[in-house]
Design a protein around this ligand. Structure first.
Ligand SMILES: *[C@@H]1O[C@H](CO)[C@@H](O)[C@H](O)[C@H]1NC(C)=O
Length: 165
């Protein structure tokens, strides 16, 4: 009797363990499967501008598309500093407006005021004017600032690999 019950218990466990694991697993650990992200190298190539900054203000919320822009205080340009000039620079030159938050084409596309991130950006194209004139547009997912992430991005920026030259 006891042995049989133990047997039943094991059977139950094996059968339902994967489901339990899936339920207990926080969504974040499964998100890479749900939202495939391009290689960092490719993301860096597509973005003319890569910078680190802190979100100071959330503006121009579009209630229909759930998109918004942010005024971001720039700490450091990892790429494309010379592209960012003229009317793009705000408040004496150390802030920029970034649009495209909430863009469903970008996996990790949301921030709150006070968040510091690595931003992969392009200049707003004429198609995005006038709403986004003089804004930089988010081009791929936001990245948390860690030493490892910074090193990885810098490594990509530092140059094309020799075999691509
Ligand atoms: C990112 O930039 C590339 C051009 O470098 C463009 O083809 C692509 O559509 C942009 N992605 C988004 C999500 O805007």
């Amino acid at each position: 009797m006891g042995a049989q019950r133990r047997h039943l218990w094991w059977w139950w466990c094996c059968r339902w363990a994967p489901l339990l694991a899936a339920l207990l697993c926080p969504p974040r650990c499964c998100s890479s499967a749900a939202c495939p992200e391009q290689d960092l190298e490719k993301r860096e190539e597509e973005a003319r501008i890569v910078l680190t900054g802190t979100v100071e203000e959330i503006l121009n919320i579009d209630p229909v598309h759930n998109t918004y822009s942010c005024k971001v205080r720039v700490w450091r340009y990892l790429k494309g500093k010379t592209v960012v000039n003229g009317d793009i620079l705000l408040d004496g030159g150390n802030k920029v407006m970034i649009g495209g938050f909430g863009d469903p084409g970008i996996c990790d596309n949301r921030v709150a005021s006070g968040d510091t991130r690595i931003f992969f950006l392009n200049l707003a194209g004429e198609l995005q004017w006038p709403a986004h004139k003089n804004e930089l547009m988010l081009n791929s997912s936001l990245m948390r600032i860690t030493l490892r992430n910074l090193e990885d991005v810098e490594h990509c920026v530092e140059g094309e690999p020799w075999w691509a030259g």
